[in-house]
Design a protein around this ligand. Structure first.
Ligand SMILES: O=c1ccn([C@@H]2O[C@@H]3COP(=O)(O)O[C@H]3[C@H]2O)c(=O)[nH]1
Length: 255
């Protein structure tokens, strides 16, 4: 028995209706949550999981695709309530999650304060203060590219850097399913790079999309956008091509 439950969670953020999609993977023994929402999202996760008849206390494992406030925000609360949960992330991402290194999103947000026009400053400062409140949690197990976790018939770790340096996607060969985290998102029905303006290394993010073409993917779940309804391979190819052709466009001489 292998099951995948997409936990679509709708909420208001910055006065906008948003949806995030953590994913539950289950086999006979293990219940694995992939990413865990913003701070104070335990009730949202509990409610979404209960729609799939899953109780939070059955979660054995949390795999974090990367360190960002909307992916690790409720990790500390989940660990406090369920200390048995094993937390897994890529080895490069772990120091940001456990707080040994300063969150790169916070570094980015602080750096933006010196460059923003005055009218955007208050919101950016608020975002910095928000990031400073994110609780850090030790990572119990480090994984690296191509590692195969034994659950659900095998879960392959794919290192997909770009959005952050230790970002991972998860591939389940048995059901040809990719959990993409923020490696790609769905925007207006199409695959896209997640917030390119905040992507820490856009070139690497596009390379990661190309790398995903090596996998036979029939179902693709995005954290922002949920299940992609379409032909995955051509969509990934179009996405990589579109960013690469932008990079190859001749630059206009402004002199
Ligand atoms: O100045 C900034 C920088 C970033 N951000 C957020 O950081 C997030 C990174 O992951 P994401 O792609 O899910 O979403 C991004 C944005 O929502 C922001 O709101 N303001």
């Amino acid at each position: 028995m292998n099951l995948i439950h997409a936990l679509d969670i709708e909420f208001q953020f910055n006065e906008q209706l948003q949806t995030i999609t953590p994913v539950l993977l289950m086999d006979e023994e293990y219940t694995i949550l992939i990413d865990c929402g913003y701070p104070n999202f335990m009730d949202h996760i509990r409610e979404a999981a209960s729609r799939s008849n899953v109780a939070l206390d059955t979660i054995t494992t949390i795999i974090l695709t990367h360190d960002d406030m909307d992916h690790i925000g409720s990790l500390a609360a989940l660990k406090r309530s369920y200390p048995h949960i094993e937390v897994i992330s890529h080895e490069i991402e772990a120091p940001y999650i456990d707080g040994t290194k300063k969150s790169l999103r916070l570094v980015q947000a602080e750096a933006s304060l010196t460059m923003l026009p005055l009218h955007e400053l208050a919101q950016a400062e608020q975002f910095v203060r928000f990031l400073q409140t994110i609780e850090h949690v030790p990572v119990d197990r480090l994984v690296s590219d191509k590692e195969l976790l034994p659950w659900c018939g095998g879960i392959e770790i794919i290192h997909t850097p770009g959005h952050t340096p230790g970002h991972i996607s998860l591939y389940l060969p048995l059901c040809k399913t990719l959990i993409a985290g923020d490696a790609v998102v769905i925007e207006n029905g199409k695959l896209d790079i997640a917030n390119p303006q905040f992507t820490l290394d856009l070139e690497a993010a596009v390379q990661s999309v190309r790398h995903l073409l090596a996998y036979d993917i029939e179902k693709l779940y995005c954290y922002h956008g949920g299940l992609f309804e379409g032909q995955v391979r051509p969509a990934l190819e179009r996405l990589a091509d579109s960013y690469e052709s932008r990079n190859n466009e001749p630059r206009h001489n402004k002199e």
